[in-house]
Ligand binder design. Structure first.
Ligand SMILES: Cc1cc2nc3c(=O)[nH]c(=O)nc-3n(C[C@H](O)[C@H](O)[C@H](O)COP(=O)(O)OP(=O)(O)OC[C@H]3O[C@@H](n4cnc5c(N)ncnc54)[C@H](O)[C@@H]3O)c2cc1C
Length: 625
């Protein structure tokens, strides 16, 4: 009998992280996927990271996942977004060579101990007495203790180009139908979401001469805390714009758009609208920006980021011809829209195990998210928790105060989502504490303890931690007196000159002064890494705000600490509306904090619940955990 500890279905960004984590934690893992040549494929844009997403990638790295290192190895342009704003909202993004990325991930998984890869389709789940025990592939059964399902946009996928539509998971790849039926049969309620992609253009047919060029950062900042510098040649993007003529073409063909003719009923991505959506919703805008992003080094495919569309081919050709630089562009592949099934994510615990079927985990697009990073983050958590379940250990639950990953999963599992969910810094209440630069300090111990983060990487983090502590002590204890050299640096930085001695910490609090200025005034303590100094600078500059957020976190944790037993009987709660009682019973919050975030659950209901949960029960009525 084919028996594994963990079977992971799907080898997109969720499935690759899940299978790798589970195998690295020692679970005998099978990765089952429709096409082994498409492992790690980037379905849409050739980039990793972005606002709110860069943080996810850094956290994946800190926990010992694969996305950050793979992106660094294949990146052809790094940029820090929001670099002129505060550290809390800065996010890394990299253009990535898509084909190299796929090869990198495939190679990594093939070399992974405890991991078997098999091409095939999961046509159904084997569920017995509320517990998953394997997968049916149509030509046989595969058995496992836990199953992680990551089928992405393939789950009952339907592709639209103009008024034509056909079944598919991505263009030229078949959809996964049986699996969606199996989930429905098991009692899951499914929704339908929609996303889309733009046409791909031949680089040699684009006239770049009149277009603005956009280079990456002069000093690239890689994703992984272990990467020293990029491996590949760094190349630019170019920028062009739509115009009145483009908008006119789109408007006069809206009746041929599957979106506006009513063919697509599913909900689309609010923050990544198609070009036809932009023209309709932002009718007063005279132009929309398009980034011409190369899909790799030495490849001719250009991804015109900003004109995702599912309009018919002839309209796509016309609108491209109206755009400066693209007048004579040749289309390699036309844009298309895709609608697919997702599981309403409140049917999943924060461990990503489903509430309906024990040992069954869901990760990625299937939980209603959009984006590679969101998928990878969930895949990592689901893979970890499947392996922990096999070992009989408690699950890893990342809360909102620990990470962006915690916020992502808490939002999905507590509030649910009625449209494709993508990560943003604005979703994160403790974002001054949850920065990119300290993801390693926040999460590496967890990654190391799980057996995912190698000991050399963890040693480096501990050294940084030590450096931050020593550097802070040094800046607090070291006073500097007014003098020619000091005042020359202050003058140059347009900061008030010194009249009396001050500590270096006090100087660093000034908005105009950075570590580099202190260094120009006097020698700083040796043996502290540059990343530790950067950390110190941020902590000192934002210390007031950080202290306030730490207090908020303390308050938040107090509610999170009060657990609600598994089989708590909500019908005992008198004094609250039946709507709230029914919601609590349906969503089974794990603790009072989570209960308080369910929409419609009032503070009064939480106070009452607190009394019931904290009240000692007679032995006969004690709840099981
Ligand atoms: C056309 C298109 C446009 C997109 N546009 C955007 C965008 O603009 N912005 C954005 O952030 N994201 C976009 N995305 C979404 C992004 O690609 C996904 O969010 C991300 O890839 C999801 O990762 P995943 O691992 O959940 O699934 P996927 O990357 O879709 O991978 C799914 C994997 O599961 C396998 N599989 C599926 N069913 C089965 C089965 N039954 N048995 C075995 N294997 C199976 C597939 O072969 C594949 O390997 C787009 C996707 C598509 C297709």
């Amino acid at each position: 009998m084919n028996k594994f500890d963990v079977i992971v279905i799907g080898a997109g960004h969720a499935g690759t992280e899940a299978s790798c984590a589970s195998a690295r934690m020692g679970a005998k893992t099978l990765l089952l996927t429709l096409d082994v040549d498409s492992i790690g494929r980037m379905s849409c844009n050739p980039a990793i990271g972005g606002v709110g997403k860069g943080q996810l990638v850094k956290e994946i790295d800190a926990l010992g996942g694969v996305m950050a290192k793979a992106a660094d190895a294949c990146a052809i342009q790094f940029r820090v977004l929001n670099s002129s704003k505060g550290m809390a909202v800065q996010s890394s993004r990299a253009q990535v060579d898509m084909r190299k990325y796929e090869r990198h991930i495939r190679g990594l998984l093939r070399r992974q101990k405890n991991l078997k890869i098999r091409e095939g389709e999961a046509k159904g789940l084997i569920i017995e007495e509320g517990r998953v025990s394997g997968v049916n592939t149509g030509d046989g059964n595969l058995y496992a203790e836990c199953v992680v399902v990551c089928p992405g946009t393939f789950l009952d996928g339907l592709i639209h180009i103009g008024l034509r539509h056909f079944s598919g998971g991505r263009i030229n790849e078949r959809a996964s139908i049986g699996l969606a039926d199996s989930l429905k049969k098991a009692g899951f309620s499914l929704l339908r979401f929609k996303t889309g992609t733009c046409p791909r253009l031949d680089k040699n047919s684009i006239d770049f001469s009149s277009l603005a060029r956009q280079d990456g950062d002069i000093v690239p900042r890689p994703f992984s805390f272990s990467t020293v510098k990029p491996r590949l040649k760094q190349i630019p993007c170019h920028i062009t714009y739509t115009n009145k003529k483009t908008h006119g073409i789109i408007r006069s063909n809206l009746d041929r758009s599957p979106l506006y003719s009513g063919k697509i009923k599913a909900t689309g991505v609010r923050y990544c609208p198609s070009i036809e959506d932009k023209i309709v919703k932002f009718g007063d805008k005279e132009r929309h920006q398009i980034f011409l992003e190369p899909e790799g080094l030495g490849v001719k495919d250009i991804y015109p980021n900003g004109i995702s569309t599912s309009l018919p081919e002839d309209v796509q050709l016309k609108l491209l011809a109206s755009i400066p630089g693209l007048e004579k562009s040749r289309v390699i592949r036309f844009g298309y829209g895709i609608e697919h099934a997702v599981v309403e994510p409140r049917q999943v615990f924060p461990s990503l195990e489903t509430k309906l079927v024990r040992n069954l985990f869901l990760a990625g697009q299937i939980n209603g998210t959009t984006g590679y990073e969101e998928a990878a983050a969930q895949g990592l958590v689901a893979g970890i928790n499947a392996a922990l379940r096999v070992r009989g250990k408690d699950p890893l639950i990342l809360d909102r105060s620990s990470s962006y990953i915690g916020v992502l999963i808490d939002d999905l599992t507590t509030k649910g989502t009625l449209e494709p969910y993508r990560m943003f810094t604005s979703r994160v209440e403790y974002r001054l504490i949850l920065r990119e630069d300290n993801a390693d300090l926040r999460l590496s111990k967890t990654g190391f303890d799980l057996g995912l983060l190698p000991s050399n990487a963890y040693r480096k983090v501990k050294k940084k931690q030590e450096g931050v502590k020593n550097g802070l002590l040094f800046l607090r204890a070291t006073r500097i007196s007014p003098g020619k050299k000091v005042n020359a640096v202050l003058n140059c930085a347009k900061s008030a000159l010194l009249k009396n001695p001050v500590t270096l910490e006090e100087l660093l609090r000034r908005p105009q002064i950075g570590i580099k200025d202190l260094r120009a005034m006097r020698e700083l303590k040796k043996g502290i890494s540059e990343s530790a100094w950067q950390q110190i600078e941020t902590e000192i500059k934002y210390s007031g705000f950080i202290q306030r957020q730490l207090k908020d976190v303390e308050r938040f944790k107090n509610l999170e600490k009060i657990k609600i037993p598994d089989n708590f009987d909500y019908s005992r709660l008198s004094g609250i509306s039946s709507e709230i009682r029914e919601k609590l019973a349906r969503f089974k919050p794990l603790n009072l904090g989570q209960a308080s975030r369910i929409s419609g659950v009032t503070p009064a209901a939480i106070s009452l619940l607190m009394v019931y949960v904290a009240r000692p029960k007679p032995a006969s009525a004690r709840y099981q955990h």
